[in-house]
Design a protein around this ligand. Structure first.
Ligand code: SAH
Ligand code: SF4
Ligand code: F3S
Length: 487
């Protein structure tokens, strides 16, 4: 059972406890002592700033990291001029890595101005030995490096940083234990990600995630449900169930359970009004899940179903374990069962050996499925993956040309598809005041599209009916209707 430990009741003269999470609360209290000394010296508390790169998993990890820093006494910093800067990194494509290296140079300049500044790096990039080596050699001003398997240890590592001079490096090859009962602060009070599983077993041949996130581990359903109930009590209306392949959830539990069953149970949690999930691997999407989506009223009419390539030949080399025909058949079955569903996808262009004919197959799927949106990526060679040593890397100009053609197709279709609800009234979860237009707020439809409409801050966190007056391609302009529950 989840229990936060009162930091004021911890005996600071005792040895640190060996068991978790008590050990981390002990170090949070230790850090807080350090923070008090800082405050006495400087007349203010130290600030901490986290920059997150990458996917929803990293975003959720950052909420946990932020929770620990705030409990340790830090104040939230607004940017990299903070006293403690933490980059939670991503390594799925090389440009994610380059961004981090680029910004490290800037951090060095800032540290010269504020020598007491702490610089820390964590996340997927740090799971690669070559990256850690490069940072140790080229960026010796970094104070702390840790990986994806020990984020729960931030308080202990931070305390070491505060009291030791050397760079602290602590990266584990695999997960030893899952420590969950630690504080987390949400970015939005009304919605939250919830990890249902960690890691990935699929080894798609281009992908580095299984190497940096480790093997697939599902959390016990009771733990997940308890966390969601707690979130609901705390005002959360929307949860996003997170995993690299949620469709294989529960296979390795002592008492196996399917993702469809979990979804039905989450649907019963009082106070939760919307349920989303990411990501679904097409090879494991069952008819029972389609039925569960149909039955569960709180599950959003949106499915992110990564295609990667439309060519069965390339899919095979990618180790995706479905063909073009199977994918198309799956989308048809989903559309038949849930006609108003929004489908979105991920596509890679320029995988080794991809020919013009293969690429045409991808365009063909895009035209047939008609996605609401698609994330399109240029293939990026990741050291250690099977594809990295494949023959036939596609020349850059060819990839660029295909990428532009794909983007054009995707956008033309999306602009039409996204506008299909114009004129109707839909429920919108209001997220924030609009930055660009005073007197407007912005929120999201069940299918995740943005809607801007006149309103004020008192609506934030509420689900309200909005008439969709005009489609602007990728968002709507609307007008709030009288409250009455329509979905
Ligand atoms: N687990 C999810 C995806 C995680 S990574 C899934 O299986 O769908 C998110 C996306 O990044 C992938 O869907 C893929 O399209 C893209 N991606 C992963 N590795 C890549 C690489 N080496 N080059 C380009 N894109 C890549
Ligand atoms: Fe990567 Fe494939 Fe796992 Fe997704 S399913 S994280 S693409 S290996
Ligand atoms: Fe990136 Fe790691 Fe997510 S590599 S995409 S942050 S799992």
């Amino acid at each position: 059972m989840y229990q936060e430990i009162n930091l004021d009741k911890i005996d600071m003269n005792a040895e640190p406890p060996a068991e978790e999470p008590a050990r981390q609360y002990y170090f949070m209290a230790k850090c807080r002592e350090w923070v008090r000394e800082f405050e006495q010296k400087n007349g203010r508390r130290p600030t901490a700033f986290i920059q997150t790169f990458g996917c929803q998993m990293n975003a959720r990890d950052s909420e946990k990291l932020r929770g620990i820093l705030l409990r340790a006494g830090y104040e939230e910093g607004r940017d990299e001029t903070a006293d403690f800067v933490l980059y939670n990194t991503c390594t799925v494509r090389d440009n994610a890595n380059q961004k981090v290296y680029g910004r490290l140079g800037h951090l060095q300049t800032l540290k010269k101005k504020n020598p007491g500044m702490g610089i820390a790096l964590c996340g997927c990039m740090m799971q690669e030995a070559a990256v850690v080596e490069r940072i140790q050699k080229t960026y010796p001003f970094v104070d702390l490096i840790f990986g994806t398997h020990n984020i729960y240890k931030l308080a202990e590592l931070l305390y070491r940083c505060q009291t030791e001079k050397e760079m602290v490096v602590d990266v584990w090859d695999s997960a030893k234990e899952a420590v969950e009962d630690l504080p987390a602060t949400r970015k939005y009070p009304f919605k939250s990600g919830v990890n249902i599983m960690y890691g990935c077993n699929n080894f798609c041949s281009y992908c580095i995630v299984p190497y940096v996130r480790g093997r697939e581990r599902s959390r016990e359903p009771e733990e997940i449900l308890a966390e969601i109930r707690r979130l609901a009590e705390d005002g959360v209306k929307e949860v996003m169930l997170l995993g690299q392949n949620v469709n294989s959830y529960g296979k390795n539990l002592a008492r196996p359970m399917t993702f469809a069953e979990l979804l039905r149970q989450v649907n019963e949690v009082k106070g939760i009004e919307r349920i989303r999930f990411m990501t679904s691997h097409p090879k494991d999407l069952s008819d029972d899940l389609i039925r569960a989506m149909q039955e569960c009223k709180k599950v959003c009419r949106h499915l992110h179903l990564p295609l990667q390539s439309g060519s069965s030949r390339i899919l095979e080399i990618m180790n995706r374990r479905y063909t073009k025909e199977q994918y198309l058949d799956l989308t048809e079955r989903i559309r038949r069962a849930i006609p108003d569903i929004s489908l979105t996808t991920d596509i890679i262009v320029g995988f080794p050996g991809e020919t013009e004919a293969d690429f045409e197959e991808t365009l063909d799927v895009v035209r047939k499925v008609r996605y609401d949106s698609a994330f399109t990526f240029i293939y990026s060679k990741r050291t250690g993956t099977v594809a990295a040593s494949m023959e036939g890397q596609v020349p850059e100009e060819v990839v660029k040309d295909r990428f532009d053609r794909l983007l054009c197709e995707v956008q033309q279709i999306a602009a039409k598809v996204c506008g299909r609800d114009a004129g109707s009234t839909r429920m919108v979860l209001v997220e924030c005041e609009n930055d660009h237009q005073q007197g407007y707020v912005s929120g999201r439809l069940g299918n995740n599209l943005l809607v801007h409409f006149p309103g004020d801050a008192s609506l934030i966190g509420k689900i309200v009916p909005v008439k969709l007056l005009e489609s602007k391609g990728f968002y709507y302009i609307g007008k709030m209707e009288e409250a009455e529950d329509r979905r």
